[in-house]
Design a binder for this molecule. Structure first.
Ligand SMILES: C[S@@+](CC[C@H](N)C(=O)[O-])C[C@H]1O[C@@H](n2cnc3c(N)ncnc32)[C@H](O)[C@@H]1O
Length: 219
């Protein structure tokens, strides 16, 4: 497995504070995301890793309030800036951040570190994902919106989830993601706890976002 240590990122950053009940999570986020845009016609070049999406916030809160992860292993897919994975690490999990963007993995590792927890990093593309071991949990926020990529993501989940493993997915109520979740449930014979929530993001002009969280676990 190609693991990464925490390396510094050569980009202007700013602090982002995410409040959980009883705890703040401090993240370094990219100060000017638009400056990273080079080619909007190529999906792989869109810097969607550089935002903390509403689905990441909702998943972070769900993990904090509704899961027990102490000593368990977690693989975060498409970690972006690593908010949900950092919350898992704060709950005592052994977290591996993964993304095909190396800067995303570096920032996630730095974000975990600045909250006093350590993690591992795995730079990998779902389309040719180098094995990273088996995990008790696989989590992902806002990562299943491109239906073309979903067969690859499904293969990564199948080859990386422990027999009794659990999955947490969150998204802004996107139809392809509901379809994907149904497929994952069917193929892995999992039950589902689903919550439809509203995420309020005060610093956004849009303000309120509808987000679904899917918690998939063994029948
Ligand atoms: C919409 S962003 C979500 C980021 C973060 N999870 C959040 O919710 O804030 C999608 C993430 O998936 C990653 N991603 C997209 N395609 C990928 C691929 N083929 N392999 C691995 N990661 C990918 C992106 O780099 C990005 O970090």
């Amino acid at each position: 497995m190609k693991t990464k240590g925490c390396e510094s990122v050569d980009l202007p950053l700013r602090k982002y504070v995410f409040a959980l009940p009883g705890r703040e999570v401090i993240l370094d986020v990219v100060a000017d995301v638009e400056s990273l845009i080079t080619d909007l016609s190529d999906g792989d070049k869109i810097p969607c890793w550089a935002e903390v999406w509403p689905a990441a916030r909702t998943l972070g809160r769900y993990i904090w309030e509704h899961t027990r992860m102490w000593g368990q292993s977690v693989l975060e897919l498409g970690c972006g800036l690593g908010l949900p994975g950092t919350v898992c690490a704060l709950k005592g999990a052994l977290v591996t951040f993964s993304d095909y963007n190396e800067q995303a993995v570096n920032l996630s590792l730095g974000n975990a570190a600045q909250n006093g927890v350590s993690a591992r990093g795995h730079v990998a593309d779902w389309r040719c994902f180098e094995p990273a071991g088996r995990f008790d949990w696989i989590i992902g926020s806002d990562v299943f919106c491109d239906p073309k990529l979903n067969p690859y993501v499904l293969a990564v989940i199948k080859s990386h989830l422990n027999k009794e493993g659990q999955i947490l997915l969150s998204h802004q109520r996107r139809l392809p993601t509901y379809e994907f979740v149904a497929r994952v449930r069917e193929e892995l014979l999992l039950d589902e706890i689903r919550l439809d929530l509203v995420e309020v993001v005060e610093e956004s002009v849009y303000g309120r976002f509808a987000v679904s969280v899917h918690h998939l676990l063994k029948r």
